[in-house]
Design a protein around this ligand. Structure first.
Ligand code: UDP
Ligand code: MG
Length: 312
């Protein structure tokens, strides 16, 4: 069998603090794999600069070579879209591709079993975290909650897997068919099917720089993930609505009984409580519907998800 051509896709946003180390590490790894006849000499690294405002692009340019290539997006489009830009770019330029974060929190050593799984016939190899020891208690809890909710809603996401994975070129080609603007890649690949496996690793702390995923962005990603893959929240609304309606019928029966038996006391609670309750339920319902409506709006516009300004 011919040696496969492997590419690494690395989205980078303001990563000047860690990028040079990452380039050196991955370059060395690639050199070793080529030396050991595991992959072809045409293999390369692709750094996608996601509209960084620091020296990130300069660093990528300085390292530019056959093995180190760069893609400069015209503005910051977010991790998922930057990754997509890279995945589209390497399609048909390789046999398989591994996506990995620029901070090397993910263990590059397991890229070897990933490649082996690919050679054994897997189209998708998910990198799965063994534990979350390096995470703060808050991140651990919210992450766990997120996977629980996704599972409860019937979304088939791989537990503790982020965007560290190997994809065959076939998958990259299939990916071109997905046109959605609201992108949640880790929900997408399990939906595709194909032979897939998992490899396990321990996630490290960031080598340098700070996280580009503060709580607000994480929440956004989670909401996007849930609403992009499930209509269940809309169904919940209907059920709550039905329940409240039935409840109000019971209450009116009770009110009639109280009036008939002449025991009615001018009640404050019985008036204000339903107002707050119904107001809350309605706002919640409107909010959820709004989330979906906003999505439909974005999808119908069908705007491009990224622009490539420069290529190295
Ligand atoms: N990233 C990106 N665009 C963004 C935010 C992040 O390309 O708008 C990249 C970032 O450079 C890194 C990866 O996405 O390579 C994951 O980000 P980070 O390590 O900050 O997330 P965390 O590991 O803290 O969840
Ligand atoms: Mg990170």
């Amino acid at each position: 069998m011919n040696k496969p051509t492997l590419t690494f896709v690395i989205p980078c946003y303001n990563e000047e603090a860690t990028l040079q180390i990452t380039v050196d590490y991955l370059n060395e790894l690639l050199r070793q794999y080529i030396f050991n006849q595991l992959i072809s000499e045409k293999s390369f690294l692709l750094f996608v600069n996601d509209g960084s405002v620091d020296a990130t692009w300069q660093i990528i340019k300085n390292n530019g070579s056959n093995a180190v290539r760069g893609l400069k997006l015209s503005n910051n489009v977010g991790h998922q879209n930057a990754l997509l830009a890279g995945l589209h770019f390497v399609n048909n330029k390789c046999d398989c591709c591994i996506s990995i974060d620029a901070d090397l929190q993910d263990d590059i050593a397991v890229t070897l079993p990933m490649i082996e799984q690919y050679l054994n016939g897997s189209h998708i190899v998910y990198g799965v975290r063994n534990s979350r020891r390096t995470d703060s208690a808050g991140k651990k809890f919210t992450a766990h909650l997120f996977y629980k909710i996704m599972k409860g809603l019937g979304c088939d996401v791989v537990y503790n897997h982020a965007d560290f994975r190997l994809l065959s070129n076939k998958i990259l080609t299939e990916l071109q068919k997905y046109r959605e603007v609201n992108l949640f890649l880790r929900g997408l690949f399990p939906v595709m099917g194909f032979t897939s496996t998992q490899v396990f690793y321990e996630r490290k702390k960031r080598t340098a720089g700070e996280t580009k995923y503060p709580f607000k962005k994480m929440l956004q990603l989670a909401i996007n993930g849930i609403t992009s893959f499930s209509n269940y929240p809309l169904k919940i609304i209907t059920r709550i609505g039905l329940l409240v309606f039935l409840g109000s019928i019971l209450i009116s029966l009770w009110v009639a009984y109280v009036v008939i038996t002449g025991r009615s006391v001018p009640g404050w609670a019985s008036i204000t409580l339903p107002i707050y309750f119904l107001g809350g339920v309605q706002l919640l319902a409107l909010g959820i519907i709004g989330e979906y409506l906003g999505k439909i709006y974005l999808e119908t516009k069908g705007r491009p998800r990224f622009h490539i300004e420069e290529e190295i």
